[in-house]
Design a protein around this ligand. Structure first.
Ligand code: HPA
Length: 266
């Protein structure tokens, strides 16, 4: 951890980011446009190189709308075979660099039948169905408590800011509960029916481990999902990763303008 933080501070002229953003599948363009310093994950001590198509695997530092920001252009996933602590290690690095507010983004399937592909959803809460937890193991008392409270992981004041920004930009926005599966297989129709009955609105394979660790370390979390497809049972059509990426491309303009507006308002 110290090595990674030292490496990044030394090579960014001691850049101190306040806002962190993890950019999900197909949503990384903002880090191409705003880029003062960039490192591929392979260069950073103990970072894992990203392998999934649609994920670049770069840590990008930039001043955006006057705010010092660090962006993860792509993330590592549990389904790639990495451990929970490996995939959440970057969140701890961001915390140690000085990040106070973490914006988590992802591509997700719609469980709520009122959602449409290319909708954006503010995450109000999550359900962890990944079968593991990134905090399993010896607790680091310097980071946080053994049994962290989870009553407001996705901060209400950030949800309000995101809603106001969407309204200002004329972007219709959804709100809902994000359900995380381990993946990599998509859900069966029976699973989607269960997920809906248990109170979730969208389903995906990421974000929750990062949200748990960020909350544990004392960061304020905002989550935004880009709805890329109707999760299996509702559509009756087959689902592919290509479709997911294609839909993020349709939504990326409004996604980017919303993120920029949120950064301005923080
Ligand atoms: N299920 C799980 N993860 C996803 C989906 C989905 O339907 N769409 C994008 N990521």
């Amino acid at each position: 951890m110290e090595k990674a933080v030292e490496f990044l501070s030394e090579n960014t002229n001691n850049f101190k980011p306040e806002i962190g953003i993890i950019l999900g599948s197909g949503l990384g363009e903002i880090a191409d446009e705003y880029c003062d310093y960039a490192f591929s994950y392979g260069e950073i001590p103990d970072f894992i190189c990203s392998t999934v198509q649609g994920h670049k695997g770069r840590l990008v530092f930039a001043v955006i709308n006057g705010k010092n920001t660090v962006m993860m252009q792509g993330r590592n996933h549990f389904y790639e075979g990495h451990s929970m602590s490996e995939i959440t290690y970057p969140v701890k690095v961001l915390k140690n660099l000085g990040v106070k507010t973490l914006i988590l983004t992802n591509a997700a399937g719609a469980v709520n039948e009122g959602f449409r592909p290319s909708d954006l959803m503010i995450i109000t809460d999550h359900i962890n169905f990944m079968g593991s937890n990134p905090l399993i193991g010896k607790n680091d008392e310097l980071c946080g408590e053994r049994f962290p409270d989870m009553t407001e992981v996705y901060k209400k004041y950030l949800i309000e800011i995101a809603e106001k920004c969407a309204k200002k930009l004329g972007i219709e926005i959804q709100k809902g509960v994000y359900w995380a599966n381990s993946g990599p297989s998509y859900e069966t129709p029976a699973e989607i029916k269960m997920i809906r009955q248990l109170g979730a609105d969208a389903v995906g394979m990421s974000t929750v481990p990062e949200a748990i660790v960020a909350n544990y370390c004392g960061m304020d979390v905002l989550g935004i999902s880009c709805i890329t497809n109707a999760a299996s049972s509702s559509a009756g059509a087959k689902l592919s990763h290509e479709e997911v990426i294609e839909t993020t491309q349709r939504a990326k303009k409004k996604f980017k303008s919303l993120i920029l507006e949120i950064i301005k308002s923080l």
